[in-house]
Design a protein around this ligand. Structure first.
Ligand code: FAD
Length: 476
């Protein structure tokens, strides 16, 4: 009997899992599944303890679902990706594996590891098969007329939709129960050796069933209201599916098909499409990362921005991280991140802009801090978002377009409902002054236990413009 091994990574599901489906196609084979924890590597990638806990809980749920199909899940641990190559080889030898199946990861370190695995297992005569799985369309399949990767989002999105209209990517079913029948209750998995931190599972669904239920629910009514609500952080107006997508508890194909089942004209319906377009942003940044691998190494897309002279100021960085900048919307947002491991998209843009454009701190410091906190941390989306906000990336707003943190607060949290939720020090401040609380305190001779703004926006803006202009001139 042949033995097939499915190596699970960021595809923690049994439905629409290309590698798992392929491994189970032959009824005659014995199928095993393996997840390798690499704490040293995760540490070097700054993985958030909340994401580690999310992975851990989903592995337990996945072990149960796989066991019901007659597939045992093994969890093993080694320090880093290099060590995982040897671990995998030993595992294959021990279990007499004939074929290995896995879904591609597109980051540089991951691709190097996979190439090493292929070479090593080739020598052992284990056949290795990889699949494009974490995207709607594979990297390199949506190109300009001159067969290059798009560098601007809107034409990419248009070309992407055209491709979808030519033929939708299919979802594959969950595997059938293996002929030998379901296994008895599996032994409990041994937790991996990486700091884990609790998260709120009412906000971030654990296990495929809960993720699919959230997706279904969102694709009914909320998706039609998304265009009106998605920019208002006080409302629960977005799907909160990012952790599921980042760890592969859900696939983007499942999202697409559920959306179109509920709204068959979703590709043309301008309201429903707004949400799908966000999934296309996710694709854009992943396709970009494959086309320009230097992005994985935190290089700016626009080369001259390397010359920007960033400010080194640990106290300012810490004030931003802790939500103590004196700008209410920025502080509320950072506290949401620190408490939940998640931040609303509009606020990610505002806080990123503040760090880079008001504090003139290198965007990579912010990128790193976000990844170290986010339950949905994803290199491509995070890097793309940061480079967009810092005006160093593709599609970035021109560098001279700088968010004003006070007016952003007024536009997107007018009454201050969100701010009051996260910054209780401001609970007494009347609505009219919630975005400039010190003005109210001064007028009314009140004492506020809240920091004064750590920079003056107008001045900071000018300083940033000068720094970018000087960097650009250096290239001339
Ligand atoms: P929804 O609005 O419901 O969107 C649905 C899905 O589309 C999301 O779950 C996500 O997978 C994808 N998506 C939405 N917006 C974007 C976007 N701008 N770029 C790429 N994908 C998108 N997203 C991450 O998944 N991981 C990150 O590490 C991450 N870091 C970010 C950093 C910055 C500075 C910025 C500006 C954005 C970042 N984003 C990141 C994108 C976005 O903020 C989150 O995906 C979104 O807030 C998640 O909430 P949701 O699931 O409710 O999204």
């Amino acid at each position: 009997m042949l033995t097939h091994l499915v190596w699970l990574r960021n595809d923690l599901r049994i439905h629409d899992n290309s590698a798992l489906y392929a491994a189970c196609r032959s009824e005659g084979a014995r199928v095993l599944a393996l997840f390798i924890a690499t704490p040293g590597q995760w540490q070097s990638h700054d993985m958030a303890p909340k994401q580690a806990e999310y992975i851990w809980q989903n592995l337990q749920s996945l072990q149960q679902s796989l066991a019901e199909k007659g597939i045992p899940l093994f969890l093993q641990q080694c320090d880093d990706f290099d060590a995982s190559v040897t671990l995998l080889q030993d595992f294959c030898r021990e279990h007499r594996v004939d074929r290995l199946f896995y879904n591609y990861q597109y980051e540089v370190n991951e691709r190097q590891r996979d190439a090493a695995v292929e070479r090593t297992l080739f020598d052992d005569e284990v056949m290795v098969q990889g699949f494009d799985d974490s995207l709607l369309l594979p990297p390199g399949s949506v190109l300009t007329g001159s067969r290059e990767m798009y560098k601007v989002f809107t034409p990419f999105s248009k070309a992407f939709v055209k491709r979808l209209k030519e033929g939708l990517p299919e979802c594959v079913p969950a595997p059938a129960v293996r002929p030998d029948g379901p296994l008895s209750t599996p032994d409990a998995l041994q937790p991996f050796d990486y700091p884990r931190e609790a998260f709120d599972d009412r906000l971030f669904p654990v296990g495929e069933k809960a993720a699919i239920a959230r997706l279904r629910e969102f694709c009914q009514q909320p998706v039609t209201e998304y265009p009106d609500k998605r920019d208002l952080p006080a409302l629960d107006g977005t799907s909160r599916l990012s952790a599921c997508l980042a760890t592969g508890v859900l696939s983007p194909r499942q999202c697409l098909h559920r959306l179109l089942k509920q709204h068959p004209h979703g590709l043309d319906d301008t309201r429903v499409f707004v949400w799908l377009n966000e999934l296309i942003w996710r694709e854009f940044y992943r396709h970009l990362m494959v086309a320009f691998p230097a992005l994985c190494r935190h290089q700016p897309f626009i080369k001259w921005t390397r010359n920007v002279r960033w400010r080194e100021d640990a106290a300012l960085l810490q004030a931003w991280q802790q939500g103590k900048t004196g700008y209410p919307i920025v502080d509320a947002a950072m506290r949401q991140l620190n408490a939940l491991g998640w931040m609303h998209n509009r606020l990610r843009m505002i806080t990123a802009s503040f760090l880079v454009k008001d504090l003139l701190i290198d965007w990579r410091q912010g990128e790193r801090y976000f990844i170290s906190q986010l339950i949905d941390g994803d290199l491509a989306a995070n890097n793309g978002g940061w480079q967009w906000a810092a005006s160093t990336g593709t599609d970035s707003a021109p560098y001279f377009r700088i968010f004003n943190p006070t007016t952003q607060g007024e536009r997107f949290d007018l009454s201050g409902e969100f701010i009051r939720r996260w910054v209780p020090e401001l609970s007494r401040v009347p609505e009219k002054y919630i975005h400039q609380p010190h003005e109210w305190a001064k007028k009314n001779q009140q004492k506020l236990d809240y920091p004064a703004p750590i920079v003056e926006h107008k001045q900071a803006r000018q300083q940033t413009l000068d720094a970018f202009e000087a960097a650009r001139k250096q290239m001339d």
